[in-house]
Design a protein around this ligand. Structure first.
Ligand code: UDP
Length: 330
């Protein structure tokens, strides 16, 4: 099969590309390197079945060629990460909506199958967990930039479902819950790479708020298992699937665990949300997926424990920091 991955040089996209190459597929990626990096695909560049384009999804001529060529499109290109969203709300809203429109329009012309990656962020401030795909979403007001991410991804979902319902374009949506693993960087706010880098370099481990907020982290290998299974399933059209881990951990427990696993002497410090982000910032208190639907479809279960995931991330960050000549604790 021929696979197109938008955002293929990103953290998740590069792992997905690798998996499809292992499955014997031809993989085409397009990435403008806004948050992805060549380093993520360096090892794939020599693979005879791998083709990469450093370009934007908004280059519709190139995208038309690629969509025409490929059997399945994974649309991962998006503005991601709370830090990026707070700093660049225009870019977030425009990138997320415009790129998805382009992908779906082209998929319709060429009648190609599309998997759109969405996010657990769409559930917003909802307090009852676990979150089910058909639960109501609860967002804050439009003057709080954070919610533009949830809203822009929800528009993507509405659009993908509409393309299936109205125009019979085979689309499916995966809502990813805090995907983590090697190659993820902390630059855009993601907590685990931030904590690991802080612990390894002796910097303060910065817990935002009081650390009682919790998340269910999903190892990228598990996320990729789910994406490949969902994209291939003939009955998934027009449906939304949660893809997540089920082990809930508070952010303070996470900081303590990373400190202990790295043998770090870094102090754990508490930073008010107003300092970390902006005055009035609203966090999600808990984020727990109900994975019954994806389990029924493809038998998905998380397989990588938080402990094993953290080990793989610590090892990856150590290697990266050493390469940059940064002093790393052993
Ligand atoms: N967080 C933190 N310190 C950091 C980065 C994030 O305490 O250096 C917190 C953040 O406020 C949130 C949680 O960790 O409660 C997960 O943050 P992330 O940005 O990774 O994902 P999301 O907020 O999208 O779940």
């Amino acid at each position: 099969m021929k696979i197109l991955i938008t955002g293929g040089a990103g953290f998740i996209g590069s792992h997905l590309a690798e998996r499809h190459l292992d499955l014997g597929d031809e993989v085409y990626i397009i990435d403008d390197l806004s948050t992805g990096s060549i380093a993520n695909i360096q090892h794939l560049k020599i693979h005879p079945q791998f083709t990469y384009h450093i370009d934007s999804v908004t280059n519709t001529h190139l995208m038309a060629e690629l969509v025409d060529l490929c059997d399945v499109i994974y649309h991962l290109a998006a503005a991601v990460g709370v830090r990026l969203i707070m700093d660049s709300p225009v870019r977030t809203i425009e990138t997320n909506i415009r790129c998805t429109e382009i992908v779906l329009e082209l998929a319709e012309t060429k009648r190609k199958r599309v998997l759109i990656t969405s996010t657990s962020e769409v559930y917003g401030k909802r307090e009852q967990v676990p979150f089910r795909e058909d639960d109501d979403m609860v967002w804050g007001p439009t003057n709080k930039s954070r919610w533009s991410y949830a809203c822009s991804k929800a528009i993507d979902e509405f659009l993908a479902i509409a393309y299936w319902k109205e125009r019979k374009v085979p689309t499916v949506i995966a809502r990813l819950f805090n995907t983590v693993g090697p190659r993820q960087i902390g630059q855009y706010g993601m907590v685990i790479p931030n904590f690991v880098t802080q612990a390894l370099t002796g910097a303060d481990i910065t817990v935002f708020g009081d650390g009682s907020q919790s998340r269910c982290f999903t190892h990228v290998n598990d996320a990729v298992n789910a994406l490949v299974g969902i994209a291939a399933h003939p009955e998934a059209n027009g449906e939304v699937y949660n893809v997540g881990g089920t082990h809930e951990v508070t952010i303070l427990e996470l900081a303590e665990r990373i400190k202990q696993m790295t043998g770090s002497h870094s102090p754990i410090v508490f930073i008010p949300y107003s300092t970390a982000y902006e005055a009035g910032f609203e966090d999600m208190v808990r984020r727990v997926p109900d994975i019954t639907k994806v389990n029924k479809l493809i038998g998905y279960e998380p397989t990588v424990s938080l402990q094993a995931g953290l080990e793989s991330i610590i090892e990856d960050q150590r290697a990266r920091l050493r390469k940059r000549g940064v002093l790393v604790r052993v």
